[in-house]
Structures are given as C-alpha cells and as structure tokens.
Design a protein around this ligand. Structure first.
Ligand code: BG6
Length: 301
C-alpha cells in the first residue's frame, strides 16, 4: 500500500508515506521550510513546525492514539459536514464523520517557494452515505512550508442544493493557557456553550481563566494568539469562513477526556478553529463549490 503511494505521490527527500503500528497511513513532509505529518484517515494533519520555530506550532497530545475509526487528539481535525452535534440525529457523531473515515491521496507537488503540497479526497462509503446522502467531492489540500496553508473544498456534484457546517479544528501549541490572549474577535458576537448556550458580545481580547467554548459568528477576521511564554505570535488568516471557534477544556473537562496528556497537556494548547457553524452554515448550490482556506504563521517576538 505505501509502496504504491510512495511511487505515485512520494517526493524524494520531501514527502514519504509510512504505515503506523495501528495500520493507518501517515504522510511525512520534510522540506527546507518546515515539517509536518498527516494521517490519511480523516485527512488529519497531526503536526507542523516551520524551521524558524524551536517549538511546534500545531499541538499534538502526547497521549494521541492512532486507531481505525477514531479521531486523533490534537493536530487539525476536519469537522464536516456538520459542526458540533448533528441538528436532528443524536446518534450521528459530533463534528461529523470526515475526521474518522478514510481519505485518498489525489495529488502532490512542490510549490515555487519550496513548500510541499498534498491533496486528499474523502472516500464516500455506504456508512458515510447513510449520514450524508449527497453527491459531492470533499478535498483537503495542505501546503507545508514556513507557513501552513489548508484549503478545504466542497463541490456539490449532485442535482440538489445542500447545507454544510464545517471547521478546521486546529490545536495550536502555546506556552501556558493562562498567559496567552487571542485578538481579532473584539466586539464580535458569540455563542457561549459553557453552562447552556447563550449569545454574548466579546469585550476586548480573549483571555483564559476557565473553560472556554465559544462560536464567534459573522467574522472573517484574522486572529492572533499572543504567547508571552514562548515569545511568539501565531497568526491565523482565513477566507470562506465566517465563524471562529475558541476552545480550551480547562482542567476538569481535560481530566475526563483521558487523552489530553495529563496532568498539564491541556495548558499547552488552545483551539482557534476556522469554521462555518450556527447561523453561518453554508448552502452549496448544485454544481457549485465552496472553499474554506486558512493560513497559519508564527512570528517570534
Ligand atoms: C470544540 C467544541 O470545537 O471541540 C467543544 O466547541 C468540544 O464543545 C471540542 O468539546 C472537542 O471535541 P471532540 O469531539 O474532539 O472531543
């Protein structure tokens, strides 16, 4: 399996596929600009570190496990075709099924600046059709270099319109959750999901002293994570996305989750998710294509 993949899509000295002990296949990218790894199940980017940084920018739990049909804790889970719980079917998986099903590689290459590009397509099956009976192509392209660019497109190849919710649920590596702030969302409206679901307005930068689980709506703004401890800023710029989710489980929830790298793994991550959720779900008309693009960049202070 990996031999055929390496022959068709491997790039000498830059991109190689290997089989993990779990049997899942992982793409390893290493170039002059940065390194990354991505599990083909879920098209799940697990790690990314540009050469300029001594600490990874994307966080992966030290307890992350690769297993067939299970989402990986950390990295950039792909939430699709709904975000959070399904609107009507309680038995359908939270955040959709895209992150737990196989995807296949359809293209790879090198950008003019030396970054490595890899494109995967979600593999539809009887199981996915039972939850999503619509014809479509869902592709994720990652471009790994000094920045990380992720492009997720949904092409409606059927005869009827459909509506999707989605997110690139990226876990970013930080020094300590109590010492970071997120700017870009000032004055915005959000759904606060801690202790019920209430609509609130953001006052100033977002800082953290307890569980935060918020869906900011109607925002295309770039967000910046200000990290005094690691002495860097992480910039998250996006298009095709009008929601931004900010999430930290804090200690109690992290203890219950069991795969956050306890006792303190949760302190070293924050999720800033580029999304279309709540009232920002997207109608994809028959024959049309919608694309969500996010670019991550770290700047040392
Ligand atoms: C966030 C949600 O996006 O993802 C949270 O807003 C949720 O409510 C979190 O707990 C993690 O989800 P999961 O399914 O990966 O454990």
């Amino acid at each position: 399996m990996t031999t055929a993949l390496n022959t068709q899509f491997g790039i000498n000295g830059q991109l190689a596929f290997r089989e993990d002990a779990s049997g899942l296949i992982v793409a390893n990218i290493n170039n002059a600009l940065g390194s990354a790894s991505l599990c083909l199940q879920g098209a799940h980017l697990m790690t990314w570190q540009p050469r300029s940084q001594t600490v990874p920018v994307v966080w992966l739990s030290r307890d992350a496990k690769l297993a067939a049909g299970k989402s990986i804790r950390g990295g950039a889970p792909v939430c699709w075709p709904w975000f959070g719980p399904h609107a009507t079917e309680a038995g359908f998986p939270g955040h959709g099924f895209a992150r737990t099903v196989p995807w296949r590689v359809i293209e790879s290459g090198t950008e003019a600046n030396g970054a490595t590009r890899l494109t995967l397509r979600l593999v539809a099956s009887d199981k996915t059709r039972a939850q999503w009976p619509h014809d479509c192509n869902v592709d994720l392209t990652v471009i790994v270099g000094e920045t990380l660019r992720m492009e997720m497109s949904t092409e409606n190849t059927g005869a009827a319109d459909f509506v999707i919710g989605e997110a690139l649920h990226t876990y970013l590596q930080i020094g300590d959750i109590g010492q970071v702030s997120v700017t870009g969302l000032e004055g915005g409206e959000y759904w606060d999901k801690v202790g019920g679901t209430n609509k609130r307005k953001q006052d100033g930068a977002v800082s953290f002293s307890g569980e935060v689980d918020r869906v900011y709506i109607n925002t295309a703004a770039e967000c910046v994570i200000h990290d005094d401890k690691l002495r860097r800023r992480i910039h998250i710029a996006k298009s095709g996305s009008l929601s931004t989710v900010v999430w930290t489980p804090w200690v109690e929830k992290a203890n219950k989750m069991g795969d956050m790298g306890q006792p303190d793994g949760w302190r070293e991550m924050v999720c800033v998710e580029s999304s279309n959720a709540m009232e920002n779900v997207v109608k994809v008309a028959a024959g049309s294509k919608h694309t969500l693009i996010v670019e991550y960049r770290a700047a040392s202070l």
